[in-house]
Design a protein. Structure first.
Length: 406
């Protein structure tokens, strides 16, 4: 009897992992369809805008205040700044930078930018007050009174954009919808810097996170926003109570998009995929960053987080290979999973995001996906996160100083 137990356990482990891997293949196929649907939407939206222009209708281009909270220097920060100054946009726009300390090295970068682009309205705001646990939102609250324009656009210091970025954001605001478009966000790809762990994170953004965004869009609509671009109408910002309610939230981007949607507005994804720099992580920094994301998602959507198990199809197929002793069935499932995973990576990473680092990184997918399955499991344990050099405890989306009972 006891001799049969390991065999029974192994057999059931093989059955379960095979079933989960099969569900993973289904997830990959669904995400590929979501990417195809999104590309059809982009084409239809572009045709609609072109038709309106050909009929003599002027597509509104609102004035825009771009808010960029800063803390320290990022690897590609100056080039990201310059990309915002080179916009081909018919309406007025301005750049507003904010720092918590005038000793921050980013201050000199902003002063250099002013000299380089004297025709672009650029303002540096000193935001010394710590209004809550989320230092970035605290800085943004103090920057907001300096913004003069109709649309407030928030993005991070390292976001690199094309010269048509504001034009494409404006086009998304102009799309016809049952609701007024109150907010526009953007997909993004990561630009790795130097290390294997930086490459793995960038690969995950393009081939795992962004496909899940597109699948969510197809299944339930856009009820969220991504921190790569948070462009919001003044009226919508006022209706959600401004930025102050977000000052203790970690996922301020997700929370802002959700509140805008709940307030009765539409949230759209614009046609531009922007680029964000990925720090040259070592292993510890990579793990901390991935766990922060995992625990943030688990805290915001616990059932959705559990459901993410099926998004690890390739890793589950690799586990199935081991527990089934390289059976013919497990090899077949692995091959199917591998090709579905590669197809998804190319469809979204290369096709939607135009990420040129995806193709050279395809052979890293098994390593990346195996690590991510382990980190997904670890995400169920603990609430401590490390963010911007500080340690917090996350409860119901709210950041608490580590060790507090808040």
């Amino acid at each position: 009897m006891h001799g049969l137990m390991p065999e029974v356990v192994a057999r059931w482990a093989a059955y379960v992992t095979a079933a989960l891997a099969a569900l993973g293949i289904g997830y990959y196929i669904a995400a590929i369809i979501a990417a195809f649907v999104y590309k059809l939407h982009l084409r239809a939206a572009a045709r609609a805008i072109a038709t309106r222009k050909s009929n003599g209708e002027k597509i509104p281009q609102p004035t825009v205040s771009i808010l960029k909270p800063l803390k320290g220097m990022d690897p590609s920060m100056m080039e990201a700044f310059r990309s915002h100054c080179r916009q081909q946009y018919d309406a007025e726009f301005e750049l507003i930078f904010g720092v918590a300390s005038m000793d921050d090295p980013a201050v000199q970068a902003v002063e250099d930018l002013k000299l380089e682009y004297p025709a672009v309205p650029i303002t540096l705001v000193h935001a010394p007050k710590r209004l809550g646990a989320n230092g970035k939102v605290s800085t943004l609250i103090q920057m907001l009174p300096h913004a003069r324009h109709e649309v407030v656009l928030i993005n991070d210091s390292d976001i690199l954009v094309t010269q048509h970025y504001l034009e494409r954001v404006a086009a998304a605001f102009a799309l016809k919808d049952k609701r007024t478009v109150g907010m526009v966000t953007a997909l993004y790809r990561g630009k790795p810097h130097g290390t294997l762990w930086s490459r793995l994170e960038a690969l995950g953004i393009a081939t795992d996170f962004q496909p899940s965004v597109l699948l969510s869009r197809m299944v339930e609509g856009v009820k969220f926003a991504l921190g790569s671009t948070l462009a919001i109408r003044r009226e919508a910002l006022k209706k959600i109570g401004g930025l102050e309610p977000l000052v203790n939230h970690l996922a301020d981007d997700y929370e802002m998009g959700k509140r805008v949607y709940d307030a009765g507005y539409a949230v759209h994804i614009c046609s531009e995929a922007v680029e964000t720099g990925i720090a040259p992580y070592h292993f510890g920094g990579f793990v901390n960053h991935q766990l922060r994301w995992a625990r943030t998602v688990r805290d915001a959507r616990p059932f959705g987080y559990a459901g993410l198990l099926v998004s690890h199809g390739l890793a589950l197929a690799m586990v199935n290979l081991v527990v089934s002793g390289l059976s013919i069935d497990s090899i077949f499932i692995f091959i199917l999973s591998f090709f579905a995973r590669i197809t998804l990576a190319m469809e979204v990473g290369a096709g939607v995001l135009s990420d040129h680092d995806v193709l050279p990184g395809l052979l890293l997918l098994p390593l990346r996906d195996g690590l991510h399955l382990v980190l997904w499991c670890l995400g169920f344990f603990g609430r401590t996160i490390h963010w911007r050099g500080e340690e917090f405890v996350l409860r119901k989306g709210v950041l608490n100083v580590s060790g507090s009972k808040g």
